[in-house]
Design a protein around this ligand. Structure first.
Ligand SMILES: [Mg+2]
Length: 198
């Protein structure tokens, strides 16, 4: 553990409500009954017939889509509390083919959650990013990061409708649960280092 813990936070599905906006697009393109609660997989385009999938992808990577996403109500207080525990860095996958996505994401994080641009990393292969804690709603990212850094208990799966059925060896829960988890983990680590020093 570094002296100031580095806390890596995913954005879509953790801070930004991508699913509600993406489901709205999918409903208009041939999945009228789809709801966020009913999602059982991450890729929303797969609920559409094949010809509509490219139109869906065009819409979600288009200018303005990322900028218009809503922040989850719990995000602001959670980020503030995490900043008291460590250095909070947003680690976010840019939308493939989105010409403005990464820039909109950077501005969004600044405007909604006061991230400066030195605390935003745009990357799809998130396992390359070093840190002390990692939170994401996509199990593949949680697994990949955990494996790379041999840190199963510092990789946290944020609950979402599309991952609740998955069995995992990692800690999991809401964003609020993640804050509690990090606080508890750091308190325990401090106690152990004190015991070790005694
Ligand atoms: Mg995500």
């Amino acid at each position: 553990m570094t002296s100031t813990p580095v806390i890596l936070l995913d954005v879509d599905g953790v801070l930004a409500d991508f699913a509600t906006a993406a489901v709205a697009v999918a409903r208009g393109l041939g999945a009228p009954d789809l709801s966020v609660e009913a999602l059982d997989r991450y890729d929303i385009s797969t609920y559409l017939r094949v010809p509509a999938r490219e139109r869906y992808r065009e819409r979600i990577r288009a200018r303005g889509f990322c900028a218009a996403l809503r922040a989850y109500p719990a995000a602001i207080s959670a980020v503030l509390e995490l900043r008291e525990l460590g250095d909070v860095v947003a680690v976010t996958s840019p939308m493939p083919g989105g010409m403005t996505w990464a820039y909109e994401r950077e501005v969004w994080l600044r405007d909604h959650l006061s991230f400066d641009r030195d605390h935003v990393i745009s990357i799809s292969a998130k396992h390359h990013v070093a840190g002390d804690f990692f939170a994401d709603d996509t199990l593949e990212h949680v697994r990949g990061w955990s494996k790379r850094w041999s840190a199963p208990y510092r990789a946290f799966l944020i609950d979402a409708p599309y991952n609740t059925a998955l069995r995992v060896q990692h800690p999991r829960g809401s964003l609020r649960d993640f804050v509690t988890y990090v606080r508890g983990y750091l308190a325990t680590a401090r106690d152990h280092s004190r015991d070790g020093a005694a």
